[in-house]
Ligand binder design. Sequence first.
Ligand SMILES: Cc1cc2nc3c(=O)[nH]c(=O)nc-3n(C[C@H](O)[C@H](O)[C@H](O)COP(=O)(O)O)c2cc1C
Length: 201
Amino acid sequence: MTARRIAVGVTGASGAIYAVRTIAALLEAGCELEVVFSDYGKRLLLDELGPDAKVERLKELLASRYGAGVERGRFVMHSNKDLGATLASGSHRCESMVIVPCSMKTLAGVALGLSRSLIERAADVMLKEQRRLILVPRETPMSLPALRHQVAAAEAGAMILPAMPAFYQQPKTIDDLADFIAGKILNALGFEQQLFPPWKG
Ligand SMILES: Cc1cc2nc3c(=O)[nH]c(=O)nc-3n(C[C@H](O)[C@H](O)[C@H](O)COP(=O)(O)O)c2cc1C
């Protein structure tokens, strides 16, 4: 069976842990990932996960946090400035994309179809090709433009999956919160996942 090929954009909203947990979980599921960090996505990775959390050492970071299971999948990294990368074209067979976390700036760019960076262009490709696009916005409080951009993106076909962990599963650690959001993303992409216990009613 061919591996599922999925794009992951990581931008400069708070919540880098959601990005690394999602990437790790998709690799554990055997995916081929195409990963793009914005400049501020890289900065928040360092700010929030510490000095070893460098994009250039992402593979080592994922293995040290989540174990050898991440080696079931593969990833390539693209520059956010490379508008000629595979992801910039609809003829490239990348079936879905998630932007996690998604800044209000990138949200605006996606909602307005600006395609200023590879992340924005790849998201626009997902919308025009009517493929799955999941945006994981994080900001609080939210401005009226940010709210309107979410509506516009949803109307264009994106799924808005806010970085809003629940507490009914009684999380004990920050990793439990990240597992919840990554699990929701995997569910939205159609994967079976056991990152958090299902609600039994
Ligand atoms: C420490 C820090 C935290 C930030 N947190 C957020 C956030 O939670 N949400 C948001 O929309 N922007 C946040 N920003 C601002 C974005 O990083 C900024 O708008 C940036 O231009 C986004 O660019 P990008 O979408 O290309 O990554 C934060 C910036 C910094 C330095």
